[in-house]
Ligand binder design. Sequence first.
Ligand code: IMP
Length: 443
Amino acid sequence: MANLLVLGTQWGDEGKGKVVDLLTPAFPVVARYQGGHNAGHTVYVQGRKIVLHLIPSGILHAETMCIIGNGVVVSPEAFFRELADLRALGVAVGPARLAVSKNAHLIMPYHPLVEKISEEGRGERKIGTTCRGIGPAYEDKAARTGLRVGDLLEPSVRQDKIEANVAAKNRLFAAYGVPGLEARPILDEYARYAEMIAPFVRDVALLLDERMRRGQNILFEGAQGVLLDLDHGTFPYVTSSSATAGGVCTGLGLGPRHVNAILGITKAYTTRVGGGPFPTELGDEVGRALAKRGDEFGATTGRPRRCGWFDAVAVRYACLINGIDRLALTKPDVLGDQAEVKLCTAYRLGSETLKSFPNEPWILEKVSPVYRTFRGWGNSLPAARTPDDLPAAFKDYLRAVEDLVETRVAIVSTGVARRETVLLETELAGLVDVAKVRSGLAP
Ligand code: IMP
């Protein structure tokens, strides 16, 4: 067995939280490598809904070490709020099983304000970000002005950097007629955070190396989805980090040979939250029905998600650029009321038929999907426990997805509960210790 990367193959919200939670019993270490508290991983445990934004979903398993890598941008406020929420639910979490990279960049109080100016400046073309300050924090990282977690622990560095950044941001705010910020309250607030976060701060590259030398397998937990990747997504309608497989190495500090297998999470239909092109979007009753039944409202912002049919062109692209080994197909139960289910097999652009995904928004806005129609499979999926329990109509759809995206499905998730899962064991066997995963399927 080996290290496994779990990432989303669409525009996020594919159901990664549940799958990571399910696989965690087979991994002593779970590590996040990009994004921030823009993510929202929803997990249901014993009927209780838990939404994690920053801390890896693995934290719900008492034996698991969770790591936040340098590629993540950390809001100390969000970090400590989430810790308090977890503790209120009875989850024991402390530095013994939660580490934050000293090299992770911090989200500061001025970042959401900068984001507001930038989004408003885009007018109709706004990205529809989560307004958590994610983009501006990564901008400061690239500009080499940002603060890192490790800077917090060094009082003189912390003070110099906060003062310099507040002064620079105030010049920007003045140009836009926005009131400036005082450095003093920020200095005081971040001095408090420094004390609180110190026990969690680690050299994550060394920590991971040490764990791997002890023979422990690592689950790398992606946030957002491949089509929101800064380089490979539908730029500029993307997030500001590397949600693709390459982000693991730079976002944690390890070599590619340690990423042994990749499981892509793909929803049986498509959703997108925020702006940007979406070829299979349904603006009709079916779209609204999927949103309602699938509870498609942003876990972070509560915004309604846009819904549409499964787009095999997009998911094939995701499989290709990440080298995805197997897929977990989530939420096909949400399609249970549909008499017919459609699947996009190609795009039409004028007289041309496109089989590969153009990531340019101005092309995607012009394409029309080519659909194949399948019989609906009814509402028996959540009761299925083995592949034999899956209805024939659903199996037809599953095979078509696999053929079109050229990747086999190893897990079908048919509901929010852990037990509502069908493992296709021969496909899963090369990726994880199936017996350990099976043992965790209890509610
Ligand atoms: P940002 O990450 O807040 O900068 O937002 C950029 C784009 O990514 C927006 O369209 C967001 O709606 C989208 N986004 C960010 N995080 C998530 C997520 O976890 N799920 C789905 N969409 C997301």
